[in-house]
Design a protein around this ligand. Structure first.
Ligand code: V47
Ligand code: SF4
Length: 380
């Protein structure tokens, strides 16, 4: 397929990019932008799929996880957020705050089930500090020592460390010592400062986001990175975002996955912005796979884009479709995501992956393979 691209009638610049991809060389900032400007979907798909298959063959990963969202009360006011209820709308009846007991009960509900990860993320609550969360994680690990705890975006961490008057290293080390295993990729949005100023000016800066992830990597906590796309950002902003991540990954090699998140426009202050098309979604996945060649995995978060687009994305660079996920996440359903009650059984996720002739692999949070569900495997 890549050979066909090299032989086809495309511009010299696009051919040069294809050759670099073929030789596993990093493409430049300008070349990244050109992919968005001039790369047709077929071309991008062929290149991204080449990279994907070189790294993973047909393997497509998923894990068995559930989410806990302790609260949607948040001190910040991101314009794209459909989730936080606060301070900004006093007396809002949609606001929730789980008690510690509620959280432990949730963990206990999964006793005896072969779930391997809990993803804890929420609004930035003014009263839930670093010591509260360190203790919470310690108790979760006492109930379920085998569970991988992926918790707190850099936004939550920046606020926690500031309030606790701790450096990022001290704060992260405290959480790690109490059982936190890794960081999710949220809060990155778009690093370009001018866009950040428009859409989420009061929360952690891009430099702080990157520093927190760098510190986590240095003390042995891996992490993911997201990018919120399809709002007011330019192609240059997207590539700038990926470029900053690619540079950090070159230094630390601590990122597991890059997760592009499509902006959804319901119930937020940016509802006037039209959502981008599925074609654009596929282009973003493909360019990500081509540009961030040093990230092992590109993840499509299916509750946000829906099962069909997630399935299609497997031909455009994606090799991970997150987890079976219990129906416990509200962040996206409130923003108008495809999936209002996002839960897929193992059978459904395996069938989705097999449906496009890829090999479903259940993984743990660090991408160790737990089980292959290749076509010949029995599904019960
Ligand atoms: O940072 C908020 C996004 C993110 C909207 O690491 C929105 O495995 C679209 O980071 N439209 C948090 N997106 C979620 C997150 C995540 C999700 C899944 C897996 C992982 C992982 C991380 O949700 C926020 C923000 O970018 N978000 N509002 C919206 N209207
Ligand atoms: Fe708060 Fe996160 Fe929503 Fe921003 S995106 S308002 S930090 S919950």
């Amino acid at each position: 397929m890549l050979k066909t691209i090299l032989d086809s009638n495309i511009s010299k610049q696009l051919k040069t990019i294809a050759e670099k991809v073929y030789h596993n060389e990093a493409i430049s900032f300008e070349e990244g932008v050109l992919l968005f400007q001039e790369g047709e979907l077929n071309y991008l798909g062929a290149l991204a799929n080449y990279v994907r298959e070189k790294k993973h063959g047909d393997k497509t990963y998923f894990n068995k996880n559930f989410h806990i969202e302790p609260t949607n009360i948040c001190v910040f006011d991101c314009k794209f957020c459909s989730y936080s209820k606060l301070l900004r709308e006093k007396g809002d009846y949609d606001a929730w705050e789980l008690t510690e007991g509620d959280i432990y009960n949730k963990i206990k509900e999964y006793e005896g089930k072969d779930i391997t990860e809990v993803h804890i993320v929420g609004g930035v609550h003014p009263k839930m500090g670093l010591n509260y969360f360190a203790n919470l994680i310690k108790n979760i690990k006492e109930i379920r020592p085998d569970l991988h705890v992926k918790a707190f975006t850099a936004v939550e961490l920046e606020y926690m460390c500031r309030k606790a008057k701790m450096s990022y290293r001290e704060g992260l080390q405290t959480l790690k010592d109490n059982g936190q295993d890794s960081l999710p990729g949220g809060g990155a949005e778009i690093f370009a400062e001018a866009v950040r100023e428009e859409i989420c000016k009061d929360k952690c800066t891009s430099a702080q986001w990157l520093e927190i992830h760098e510190t986590a990597h240095k003390i042995g906590m891996p992490s993911n990175a997201t990018m919120l796309y399809g709002h007011i950002e330019s192609f240059e902003d997207r590539i700038d975002h990926m470029d900053r991540l690619r540079n950090l990954q070159d230094r630390t090699n601590g990122f597991n996955a890059f997760i592009p998140l499509k902006f959804r426009n319901q119930n937020n202050q940016m509802s006037h912005i039209k959502e981008v098309s599925v074609i654009e979604d596929l282009k973003v996945y493909a360019v990500a796979r081509i540009f961030i060649h040093n990230f092992p995995n590109i993840k499509a978060y299916w509750p946000m884009i829906g099962r069909e687009t997630a399935q299609l994305s497997l031909a455009y660079g994606v090799n991970d479709i997150d987890g079976t996920i219990d129906d416990s996440t509200k962040i996206y359903s409130m923003a108008g995501a495809e999936e209002q009650s996002p839960t897929m059984t193992t059978r459904q996720i395996v069938e989705l992956i097999r449906g496009v002739n890829r090999e479903p692999i259940e993984r743990d949070s660090l991408y160790n393979e737990i089980k292959s569900y290749a076509i010949e495997t029995e599904l019960n």
